[in-house]
Ligand binder design. Structure first.
Ligand code: SF4
Length: 63
């Protein structure tokens, strides 16, 4: 599973990281730090929850 993040549209709620801080790294200002994430096996459900938690809907999942 891969995650794509439209990083430039991030407004820094940190809700993604609140759900799964090990999957969604933030920079020092609380914005998402990456545009692509390879989800390790076993963390798929938390990755989906983290993506759903983003109010800006900028996190998409590629199964
Ligand atoms: S929840 Fe969305 S807008 Fe907020 S930090 Fe995460 S990616 Fe950015």
């Amino acid at each position: 599973m891969k995650i794509h993040v439209k990083k430039e549209a991030c407004v820094g709620h940190a809700r993604c990281a609140a759900v799964a801080e090990d999957i969604f790294p933030l920079d020092e200002n609380g914005y998402i730090a990456v545009t692509e994430i390879d989800v390790p096996p076993g963390k798929e459900e938390r990755a989906r929850r983290g993506a759903r938690a983003c109010p800006e809907r900028i996190i998409t999942i590629e199964e």
